[in-house]
Write a protein that binds this ligand. Structure first.
Ligand code: NI
Length: 277
């Protein structure tokens, strides 16, 4: 018995590699999370930067709450089962009228996770119409082999290495994923996806939350993760502490430790020692 999704929607996820939209909170609650992010940004005078955009749930209590949001976890449980880790959280923010984009890629390329039972809940904290640079994806591509990617490190590419698929992807095959604030899309770790620039007058704010069941291993490093539902049946990950207060000393230390492990995995084979700004 599914908890949030219908059986047909779960089947569609495994057939197509994605499912959307899933309403997990109302627009007012999504705006509340956005306000928390923007209250932090107001203290620094700029959009959230660099390492702070990753493993956000270790820095801020509100982001930890989001990673543990019951409705999101219900949807994830429907596709992955009852034992769930949050492996990471990543902000994908496109400022109003800017050229940031995400090249066609498969998430699995550099993550080091095996097997591929990895699902992203992409949570819209603003309205994300097509024109805002909504995600586009290629149905069924999660069944393709792992494709070769080339690193571009393009300045406007939001991906860690600016990686893009080395073969041509026909733009016409892409399905657009417009979302309203408070909705999420789900996608599989091998699904080919990307997104274009934001041509609207508002920020496009999405938090990508990556979930795995305990049997998924990290092959590149001894990694850490946050158990958000059920039990850890395998012991593959060091347990991450939840922040007791936003950005307190313990939270910053835990975040630094977790990000260093992730950077080591994601940038292996390059000379990068930190997430790009
Ligand atoms: Ni991606």
């Amino acid at each position: 018995m599914a908890k949030l999704l219908r059986e047909a929607e779960v089947a569609a996820f495994w057939r197509d590699g994605f499912h959307f939209p899933v309403r997990v909170m109302n627009a007012a609650d999504a705006l509340g999370y956005r306000r928390q992010l923007e209250a932090y940004e107001a203290t620094t005078g700029q959009p959230i930067q660099s390492n702070m955009r990753h493993k956000v749930h270790l820095l801020f209590r509100w982001a930890q709450d989001l990673a543990r949001h019951p409705a999101i976890l219900d949807a994830i449980e429907d596709v992955l089962g009852p034992n769930i880790f949050c492996w990471t959280t990543n902000f994908f923010i496109k400022e109003a009228n800017t050229s940031s984009f995400v090249s066609w890629h498969q998430d699995a390329t550099y993550w080091g996770l095996d097997p591929d039972d990895v699902v992203t809940a992409w949570v819209a904290l603003s309205d994300c119409p097509v024109e805002s640079g909504a995600m586009k994806l290629v149905p069924g591509s999660h069944r393709w082999p792992q494709l070769q990617h080339v690193d571009t490190f393009h300045k406007d590419n939001l991906l860690s290495r600016g990686q893009e698929i080395a073969v041509e992807v026909d733009d016409a095959t892409g399905v657009m994923v417009p979302l309203k604030a408070g909705e999420v899309s789900l996608h599989h770790v091998k699904l080919v996806h990307g997104s274009g620039p934001n041509t609207t007058g508002d920020r496009r704010i999405g938090l990508a939350i990556r979930y795995i069941p305990p049997h998924v291993r990290q092959l590149k490093v001894r990694d850490s993760a946050t158990l958000v539902r059920g039990v850890d049946t395998h012991g593959y990950y060091d347990c991450e502490p939840a922040p007791k207060a936003d950005l307190d000393a313990a939270a910053l230390a835990a975040h630094k430790d977790a990000v260093e492990r992730q950077v080591k995995a994601l940038y292996s084979g390059t000379d990068k020692a930190a997430f790009r700004a």
